[in-house]
Design a protein around this ligand. Structure first.
Ligand SMILES: C[S@@+](CC[C@H](N)C(=O)[O-])C[C@H]1O[C@@H](n2cnc3c(N)ncnc32)[C@H](O)[C@@H]1O
Length: 225
């Protein structure tokens, strides 16, 4: 069984021997692969919807890992107890959904490893983590087809305040895809800026904020070069 580069990058951040909850598991490929490769001891696969959970159950059966896996139909971590898991993965969901899931499960701040792979709302999620006592310990970047994804390893703890550019792009790193990622984020911010400038009544504060982000991203790009 092969994982796609995005899910493989998530899998590599899961500590060896973890007891895992994979929230929003869908097909269940992530926990199934981790169990198949004996990287984790047990997994709970959870999803909000019955269809995806049935798919995960079927995949677990196909690959022969059902005995080490449980399936929970629930919203976020609502049916998972803290003592059942050491690590939580939440991948392929919007940043705001991820924040809502963590907000409803404050126990995730205490001694758990969280591996998050948001699809949207990066600045909002980084800010939420910072304000709620989590620290992003490590970020990695994966390329799948023509899209880049970030995967964050998060734990409870104080995070030094992030600059406006870091809220968008994370802290500077020596990831081989970092330069491309900065370009990617810069074009997202530039599009948002264009939208604001073209508005009938431009929001000057928002424009100034985004200009500061662009300046910060440019500085990061130069530093990298
Ligand atoms: C795009 S899929 C991502 C699947 C997989 N995690 C991945 O990264 O490939 C999102 C999954 O999250 C589930 N989901 C969305 N909101 C959820 C929530 N609040 N709690 C649990 N599952 C949720 C959806 O039903 C769907 O199966």
């Amino acid at each position: 069984m092969e994982l796609t580069p995005r899910l493989k990058a998530v899998a590599y951040q899961v500590p060896q021997g973890a007891r895992l909850a994979d929230v929003g598991t869908d097909h269940g490929y992530l926990p199934v692969w981790l169990l198949l490769n004996w990287r984790i001891r047990r997994a709970i696969a959870s999803d909000l919807r019955q269809g995806p959970l049935d798919n995960a159950r079927e995949n677990a059966r196909f690959y022969g890992v059902t005995e080490r896996m449980e399936f929970r139909l629930c919203d976020g971590l609502s049916d998972i107890r803290p003592e059942e898991v050491t690590t939580v993965t939440i991948a392929g969901m919007g940043g705001e959904t991820i924040a809502a899931i963590l907000e409803a499960a404050p126990w995730t701040i205490e001694g758990k490893t969280l591996v998050l792979q948001p699809m949207t709302s990066f600045p909002e999620l980084r800010l939420w983590l910072q304000r709620h006592g989590y620290t992003i310990e490590h970020e990695t970047i994966a390329r799948e087809v023509d899209r880049l994804y970030t995967i964050w390893t998060v734990r409870g703890g104080e995070m030094s305040p992030l600059t406006p550019a870091e809220l968008w792009a994370g802290k500077q790193s020596d990831d081989p895809l970092r330069g491309e990622y900065l370009d990617d984020i810069r074009s997202k911010v530039a599009r948002a800026l264009e939208g604001h400038r073209a508005a009938q009544r431009p929001d000057k504060a928002a424009i100034a904020q985004l200009e500061e982000v662009v300046a910060g991203l440019n500085a990061m790009k130069e530093e990298l070069a």
